[in-house]
Write a protein that binds this ligand. Structure first.
Ligand code: GDP
Length: 193
């Protein structure tokens, strides 16, 4: 994908605030600190568009990044962050659920997992949720520059087994440091828009 222009003027906490351009949307979700902002910045070829931060849980809205007036990447707030209150967690949950279950324009979701470890219970819950709603899913295992090459097969096997990855969904290894997997992630996005 050749990025001609990117807009980021839209954030939403409920359906009334979603954009109404009817461009296809691809959501990105993952545990806080998994590398979601870094992936988004890599995809957009921007340094600090999606704010990377050492403070997990900072993004509390759905953020819509418009690309080439053609599609939206939708940054979903990071889940599984222990320090938010139960009330906040329930509010995030409701916001994410409303978006994922009602949004007509949603064509697929990228779920990020940390390639250095087995997916967590939160990752499994998220994947089960989107599978139940039959949302086409790409799992992206991040931070692969930190995993030795001879362990990559193990990462793949671990993710497939722990998530019980469906045949219709795909897995891509990725590093925002080396950009490994960049073309493949874009290819998946374009083929779902
Ligand atoms: P987010 O909370 O999911 O948006 O995660 P961030 O993108 O802010 O990344 C969290 C931390 O992981 C930051 O310190 C990043 O520099 C680091 N990080 C993200 N992606 C990678 C990667 O592919 N490789 C390495 N080595 N570090 C990464």
């Amino acid at each position: 994908m050749q990025i001609k222009n990117v807009t980021m003027d839209l954030s939403a906490v409920n359906s009334l605030q979603y954009p109404n351009d009817h461009w296809p949307e691809i959501a990105l979700a993952g545990r806080s600190n998994v590398g979601k902002s870094s992936l988004i910045n890599s995809l957009l070829k921007r340094k600090n568009f999606a704010r990377t931060s050492s403070t997990p849980g900072k993004t509390q809205t759905l953020n819509f990044y418009g690309i080439n007036s053609q599609l939206y990447l939708v940054d979903v707030p990071g889940y599984g962050y222990a320090k938010v209150s139960k009330k906040q967690r329930a509010e995030f949950g409701a916001m994410i659920e409303e978006y994922l279950t009602t949004r007509q324009e949603l064509n697929g979701i990228i779920i990020l997992v940390d390639g250095r470890h087995a997916p967590t219970d939160d990752d499994v819950s998220m994947y089960q949720f989107v599978s139940y709603y039959k949302i086409p899913t790409l799992i992206v295992a991040t931070k692969m520059d930190k995993v030795k090459h001879n362990q990559w097969n193990k990462t793949v096997a671990n993710v497939i087994k722990t998530l019980q990855l469906n045949q219709r969904d795909q897995l891509q290894l990725f590093s925002s440091v080396t950009k490994f997997g960049y073309d493949e992630v874009w290819h998946w996005i374009e083929s779902h828009c």
